[in-house]
Design a protein around this ligand. Sequence first.
Ligand code: G3P
Ligand code: CA
Length: 223
Amino acid sequence: MGKVLRIGHRGAAGHAPENTLASIEKAISFGADLVEVDVQRTSDGHLVIIHDKRVDRTTNGAGSVSGMSLRALRELDAGVGQRVPTVEEVLQTAHGRVGLILELKAKGLAEQVCKTVQLSGFTGQVIYASFLHDEVRAIREVDSQAMTMALFGRLPHDPVMAAQNAKATHIGFSYITVTQSMIEICHQRGLVAFAYTVNDRQDIETVMSLGVDGIVSDFPDRL
Ligand code: G3P
Ligand code: CA
């Protein structure tokens, strides 16, 4: 078995406010191989890092991200004085230090996210991920060489075929659903398999033993 990649979830969300630069810094300090963050778009077309469609849970504001300008969003506190970062800021912070999983949380982001990465000069590993498999496929159309991950919550009848239909290189399973035989099938079909979001130490050991290629955790220091 190769090295299992250690992936910080929303930065290192167990240690710092999720999806902030402070959280990414934490993940880097733990030696994570990759940092996963969530991408949405503001009303004036800026790509920002925030998980929910609304700002309410993770900031001191209220309202939908897509209905708010970047300027208004940047006035909010995302925890311990952190601001909601832009994708450009995250690329700058990670440059030369850690790879990124950029999870596309809304429809129609693929081309802009991909172009933003290309223009940034970021040289590390980037994996574009989404539960929205049309977005995963759209990334492939913009960049034929891109690494892309089809994410699954509840599993369809044939997740491997679904990932391949999305032209993905990677497949992301909830750790609750993943099995050793599923991982073996992924590997036979040339797909890299990650499991999310594994926080409990016993669960981490169990998931590791299944042969996954990477584990996403709020606590990358536990991996
Ligand atoms: O890496 C996949 C994982 O981040 C998906 O779930 O809800 O945390 O974005 P969620
Ligand atoms: Ca995510």
